[in-house]
Design a protein around this ligand. Sequence first.
Ligand code: SF4
Length: 282
Amino acid sequence: MAYASSVLVDKYLRTRKIPSTACSGCGLGMNHKIIVQAIAELGLETQDIIWGTSIGCAGRQTFGTWKGDGFAGTHGRVYAIARGLRVTLPPEKKLILTVGDGDAFGIGLLHLIHCARSNASMTVVVNDNLGYQSTGGQFGFTTPQGAKTDSSPYGMFEHNLMSEGMDVLDILKAAGATFLARHVAMEGQAVVETMKKAISNPGFSLVHMPYPCPTNFAARHLGSRVQVNIYNWIKDHAAPMGQEKPDTIWRTGIYHDARGARPEFSEHVWEAVNRIRRTGRL
Ligand code: SF4
């Protein structure tokens, strides 16, 4: 059942933080709404979730908006904090982290890999604005090749983490993640359904969600801040897996689903601790 935005805001968010600090027309609000919608459809309450945020546009918009408990991590370190929290929290408490592409796939990638390796139960939502937009629009690890940015006026020429058969989701799959997906917000209810699976996973989940940045990315690459242009551009360059076109940048859908296939980190830790306490041996 789709809930109205006002219902979701009243129930789950701090109304004094809405509207957020994002630029007018930013697509980040759509991603944020999808997460809260999934939480509502799962029947979860504010006390069931601890919400962590990071740095940049994604962290700035989602910081302090959650009515329940939350925390902010330093750049790229929010995964390490969450992994520590995971050991101390009851298993039924869920951890949701909203981070940016630089935080997740740049400075934080090593911490992310270790969360995946240990299958620590948390849902990481990577809100990807296709580069370093909060610092003016420089290219980053997920900037589409050829895109004009503040630091690539002739087009982004480096390899990125989605091109030429090299996908950051492959790295996380190899590291041991048990649920991985990629979507653009314009895919509607399909994204909410994926998000529900991610949040329900008793292990490490990550959902990569590119979104429209009219202020910097669109202004430089499309030469226009008209919001509908960048929304259409992202929608046109995304396609469900198996239905790709020659100009598809983002293959969307559930990329890897191995829920329940590996032991969860904190359960594994406590089993070992209790065994040592009981027998004096591992
Ligand atoms: S700079 Fe771009 S991504 Fe950041 S808040 Fe503004 S529109 Fe959104």
